[in-house]
Design a binder for this molecule. Structure first.
Ligand SMILES: Cc1cc2nc3c(=O)[nH]c(=O)nc-3n(C[C@H](O)[C@H](O)[C@H](O)COP(=O)(O)OP(=O)(O)OC[C@H]3O[C@@H](n4cnc5c(N)ncnc54)[C@H](O)[C@@H]3O)c2cc1C
Length: 168
C-alpha cells in the first residue's frame, strides 16, 4: 500500500489562543543590555507570553513598530469569550507593565485582537510524527509547540523515515 501523509492534523488536545496586535508611532524603549534590534521575547507574565516585532521580519523595514502579542494559554482559555477590544487592551497593558512606570512608551496608533479556538497543542506529543504500518502518516506543528519550525521539523523527520520505503 502507498503512503498517505496528513499534515496539520492535530494529534493532541488543543488549547485556544488569544493574540493581539499593536502599532506604535515609534520604536519601543531600549531595554538595558538587550540588542535594540531584538525580534522576539518570551515573557514571564500572567497575561502575556510572547512579544514579536513584525517590522524586524524580512522585507518589513518600512513598517512602524508593529507587535504581535500572544497571551498565556491558561489566560487565553479563561478569556476566550471576552470581546476583542478588551482582550487587545489587556495585552497592551501587559506589555506596558513590563517597562518601568517612568518609561514612556511610543504612542499607540492601533490595536486589535484575534481568537484561535484550537491553536496550540496543550500537551506536546512524545513523537514528532506518526507512521502506521498500513501506510498512514501524520505530521505537523501540533506534535511539538505549535510553531512553523515544529511543522517543518515534523515533516522533515517523517520524510526521512519514509526514504527508502515504497511510495506510490
Ligand atoms: C495568524 C497566525 C500567525 C502565525 N505566526 C507565526 C509566526 O510568526 N511564527 C511561527 O513560527 N508560527 C506562526 N504561526 C503558526 C504556523 O502558521 C503553524 O505552526 C504552521 O502553519 C503549521 O503548519 P502545519 O503544516 O502543521 O499546519 P497548517 O499550516 O495549518 O496546514 C494544514 C493544512 O491542512 C489543511 N486541512 C486541514 N484539515 C483538512 C482536511 N480535513 N482535509 C484536507 N485538508 C485539511 C488545511 O487547509 C491546511 O492547508 C502562525 C499561525 C497563525 C494562524
Amino acid at each position: 500500500m502507498g503512503h498517505r501523509v496528513g499534515h496539520g492534523v492535530s494529534s493532541t488536545r488543543t488549547a485556544g489562543l488569544l493574540g493581539g496586535v499593536g502599532y506604535f508611532d515609534g520604536p519601543l524603549p531600549a531595554i538595558p543590555r538587550v540588542d535594540p534590534g531584538w525580534q522576539m521575547a518570551r515573557v514571564t507574565h500572567q497575561v502575556l507570553s510572547v512579544v514579536s516585532r513584525n517590522q524586524t521580519k524580512p522585507g518589513r523595514t518600512t513598517q512602524p513598530e508593529s507587535l504581535s502579542l500572544l497571551a498565556q494559554l491558561d489566560w487565553s482559555e479563561s478569556h476566550l469569550e471576552q470581546p476583542a477590544d478588551e482582550v487587545a487592551k489587556q495585552l497592551v497593558d501587559a506589555l506596558k507593565s513590563i517597562f518601568s512606570a517612568s518609561t514612556a512608551l511610543p504612542e499607540l496608533i492601533e490595536m486589535g485582537a484575534h481568537r484561535w479556538r484550537y491553536a496550540q497543542p496543550a500537551n506536546p506529543c512524545e513523537h514528532t510524527y506518526l507512521y502506521s504500518t498500513n501506510g498512514l502518516a501524520l505530521c505537523g506543528d501540533s506534535f511539538s509547540s505549535g510553531r512553523v519550525e515544529d511543522a517543518w521539523l515534523s515533516g522533515q523527520r517523517l520524510g526521512e523515515a519514509l526514504v527508502g520505503r515504497s511510495v506510490q
